[in-house]
Design a protein around this ligand. Structure first.
Ligand code: ALA
Length: 584
């Protein structure tokens, strides 16, 4: 019988909540932080806790615990083996300048061997080997030894493996970023497992942190105690913190004594639907079914968080996940129908998936035929497929490699880079307000755009974000993420809300600050500026706050009238476009 994921989560939370550990359970952050322009998704439990790890007191105290739904798109191409997923739940416990290595390592070990009954002999650990500025973590080594992990099962790795920050190794950390050395725990499924794995691993030396299949990383204790300084050095934070992250799905798999995390309940449910739908069994079709199970579970979480498929940011990730699943389903079934990815997720989620499958289905067949026809799928071809048929790069690779065709990845990236540069420069234009000129009328309409943006979010929801803006002396045009046509009632509500602010004659002010501060102060910002960049933030009363280059009117009475939405249309999948005037 399987051990349910819910039970493992509960055991972990309870273990850290009771004495002597006395942690407070905090609510996890949303998967998509609508007003955080620095990142698309919450990808670790510590992400919302950064200010507290830096010293600000947390309202719930110094010992916190939770389970954080997380998404890591960087792992998308790894999905298909027995351990990688894009979406997962991260069990987390934190010490904000309270307990440190001694307690953390002992407690995690006690949780594994006591609560989950793992045998200590199966556990291997890794520690930081030290570098030019941070010493070797001999403290953790001594603690592990005292706890009964012998020298032979303690491995040392460099910054690549045993250092953690949101941006990776110390050299990649921007000024102000925090991080530290870490110590990971691995479960050993036994040497024979390695022999069954593909030949890729057979010729390489096995070690706990390799992905051959024998070892599974199940938890990571990060000792966050450094901050990156202006001069590039790492400085000790005023407090030493623990940031622990454990993979809920992986821990659940170990409790079932299986190295295949797709055997646990949350995936098995989806996989049995796929088996039924295709008439094929999981055995022998693992890769396809794992991709479908992981991706669609991620899609469900994204759609429930308000994301809709599009060509940008979170929407594009959702689109890729659906399209990749569609290709796998097509290869399992030998064809694709629009309801094939409806796997018991409830009608709201399925509707979004179904629409995207339908949209993609037509180009999928044409694109696959093009790949089959092509003598060589070179980078340019892959890029054409991306542009013409909406084939994400890695999808072309999937399809082409199954047919034994090779692809020049560098060339694709070059093509893609050219395209991105172009769109980046047009987004710089948008960032400056998308103004055609700086005449009085366009300035007024620009301020009206900010009002509309805020009102759209208040009336339609936080999923609304700017996708484009264009202003002439006659009218404003504004594109935003939203899947449906606005009703007359919604339009009226939006107009009324905007015009109420105008009637209040709110003041428009601006200040310059670092993007990070702007973000913390609740300003909307939608283009990929750098973390430490200085930006200008425009505030309209307490109604709107947005990163923007200006210019704007000084007070809303200068708009000289009321805003009226005169037209709406679709501007692509999941994007609405509205036109508005100011009527005196
Ligand atoms: N923040 C650490 C991680 O994500 C625990 O691995």
């Amino acid at each position: 019988m399987g051990v349910r994921t819910d039970e493992v989560r509960k055991k972990y939370l309870d273990f850290f909540k009771v004495s002597p550990r006395n942690h407070t359970e905090i609510t996890p952050a949303p998967l998509v932080l609508p007003e955080d322009p620095t990142t698309l998704f919450t990808s670790s439990g510590m992400q919302p806790l950064v200010p507290y790890l830096m010293g600000e007191p947390h309202p719930s105290g110094k010992r916190l615990v939770n389970s954080q739904p997380s998404l890591r798109v960087q792992d998308i191409e790894e999905v298909g083996d027995n351990r990688h997923t894009t979406y997962f739940e991260m069990l987390g416990n934190w010490s904000l300048g309270d307990y440190f290595k001694e307690e953390q390592l002992a407690w995690f070990l006690e949780f594994l061997t006591g609560e989950l009954s793992f045998s200590k002999e199966k556990l291997w650990v890794s520690v930081f080997e030290g570098d030019k500025s941070v010493p070797k973590d001999t403290e953790s080594v001594e603690i592990w030894k005292k706890l009964g992990i012998p020298d032979e099962r303690i491995f040392y790795y460099d910054v690549g493996k045993n250092w953690w920050s949101r941006s990776g190794i110390p050299d990649k950390m921007p000024v102000g970023e925090i991080g530290g050395p870490d110590s990971e725990v691995f479960y050993d499924f036994g040497e024979e497992l390695r022999l069954h794995e593909k030949s890729k691993w057979a010729r390489q030396k096995c070690h706990p942190n390799c992905d051959c299949g024998r070892f599974l990383e199940i938890g990571n204790s990060v000792f966050i105690q450094y901050r990156k300084e202006e001069d590039g050095s790492l400085k000790e934070l005023p407090q030493k913190n623990v940031d622990f992250g454990g993979g809920l799905e992986r821990l659940t798999a170990v409790t079932m004594d299986t190295p295949d995390i797709f055997k646990i309940d949350v995936f098995a449910n989806i996989i049995s639907e796929v088996e039924e739908n295709t008439g094929k069994s999981y055995e022998g079709n693992e890769v396809e079914m794992r991709v479908i199970a992981d991706h669609l579970r991620a899609c469900r979480a994204l759609i429930e968080a308000g994301v809709i498929p599009s060509n940008k940011m979170q929407g594009y990730v959702l689109r890729r996940l659906i399209r990749r699943s569609a290709v796998k389903m097509r290869s399992l079934k030998g064809g694709l129908e629009k309801k094939d990815l409806n796997l018991g997720f409830g009608s709201g989620v399925e509707m979004v998936i179904e629409e995207e499958v339908e949209r993609f289905g037509k180009s999928l067949e044409r694109g696959v035929r093009e790949i089959e026809k092509a003598k060589v799928v070179d980078g340019r071809k892959a890029f054409d497929l991306y542009q013409s048929y909406g084939f994400p790069w890695e999808l072309t690779v999937e399809i082409a490699e199954e047919r034994g065709q090779k692809i020049d990845r560098k060339e694709f990236e070059r093509e893609f880079g050219v395209h991105q540069d172009k769109s980046r420069s047009s987004s710089v234009g948008m960032f400056k307000g998308g103004l055609a000129d700086k005449g009085e009328e366009t300035v007024r309409l620009h301020t009206a755009t900010h009002l509309l943006h805020a009102a759209l979010r208040k009336v339609l929801g936080g999923h609304v974000s700017q996708k484009g803006s264009n202003i002439t002396a006659e009218r404003l045009r504004f594109d935003f993420s939203h899947g449906e046509k606005l009703s007359d009632d919604e339009i009226k509500k939006i107009e009324d809300l905007v015009n109420e602010q105008i009637d209040k004659d709110l003041e428009v002010t601006s200040e310059v600050m670092r993007l990070e501060e702007a973000k913390k102060s609740g300003a909307l910002a939608f283009f990929g500026e750098r973390y430490d960049e200085k930006v200008k933030v425009y505030t309209i009363g307490s109604f709107s706050r947005e990163v923007c280059g200006g210019p704007h009117v000084a007070r809303l009475s200068e708009l000289g009238g009321h805003v009226r939405i005169v037209k709406q249309e679709s501007a692509g999948a999941g994007v609405r476009r509205i036109y508005a005037h100011i009527l005196p």
